[in-house]
Design a protein around this ligand. Structure first.
Ligand code: BT5
Length: 240
């Protein structure tokens, strides 16, 4: 489905998931109410690629974070074809030289015991120049390469890669852990790295004990080991 302008493609699917089939893609040229985790604003002017995909699978894992990871891998692979190398920043971003080019948001529709649907929203800065207030932390394809890309072709390539290279291959109960391992090996963090965790309760420094898909095991400065969950924190790498 294509919209010239919409508040948010994720919001659209959250309101219409019941009557739409699995794997519906909603794409908008522009969003005026785009959002990220914890309802943070996602700047979505014309020129960027803003879309969401609905998943209502019968026999595949139903954790929103699997779908976020699916798209970080697919967008990374496709941008590489356009000669732009990115790294995956745990848990949901793609970076170029430490600046965010893509952010991905997974949301689950929870009905009682299980998720009935997953909505994954992809925000990729392509032909849009980054506004001054985000220039220190964000970049776009055109700002990196001085070249425009065809958004429709890009959208198809990303969805084809996500579907055929990862979803069909790995999104089964016995293969999803292989996919998660593959994803972890593509991250910009390793066990033993020092990090700063930013959450609604403030900032804390610690060292990564182990990395998992949905959470990190972290030893904080006071020696206490805790799990920090992907939905609740932002992460910065610290130099030692
Ligand atoms: C994300 O959140 O990175 C997930 C963004 C998902 C956006 C897509 S677009 C299609 C679909 N429809 C929606 O409404 N959402 C999805 P988070 O990790 O919370 O990062 C949000 C932060 O990124 C903001 O607080 C800003 O600092 C920064 N930011 C905002 N707009 C940006 C942009 N266009 N490019 C890079 N960084 C941006």
């Amino acid at each position: 489905m294509y919209f010239d302008a919409i508040d948010s493609t994720n919001k659209y699917l959250k309101e219409h998931w019941k009557e739409l089939p699995s794997e519906t893609v909603v794409w908008a040229a522009k969003q005026y109410g785009g959002y990220g985790r914890m309802k943070r604003e996602w700047v979505s002017p014309r020129g960027g690629l803003w879309f969401s995909v609905l998943f209502k699978p019968k026999n595949r894992p139903m954790n929103p974070w699997h779908y976020v990871r699916l798209y970080t891998m697919a967008v990374k692979d496709v941008l590489k074809k356009y000669k732009l190398n990115t790294i995956i920043k745990w848990p949901n971003d793609l970076l170029v030289d430490n600046k965010k080019i893509c952010g991905i948001l997974g949301e689950g529709i929870y009905t009682g015991k299980t998720f009935a649907a997953i909505i994954v929203g992809i925000g990729l800065n392509v032909n849009n120049h980054i506004p001054d207030e985000l220039k220190d932390i964000a970049t776009s394809y055109i700002d990196e390469k001085n070249k425009e890309l065809n958004l429709e072709r890009l959208l198809k390539q990303i969805n084809n890669t996500a579907y055929y290279d990862y979803y069909i291959k790995y999104f089964k109960n016995n293969t999803i852990s292989i996919f998660t391992k593959k994803w972890i090996s593509n991250l910009n963090i390793r066990n033993g790295d020092f990090i700063k965790i930013i959450s609604q309760n403030g900032e804390k420094r610690g060292k990564i004990v182990s990395i998992h898909g949905d959470y990190l095991e972290v030893m904080f400065e006071d020696g206490i080991i805790e799990n920090v969950y992907a939905g609740e924190v932002s992460l910065r790498k610290e130099s030692v």
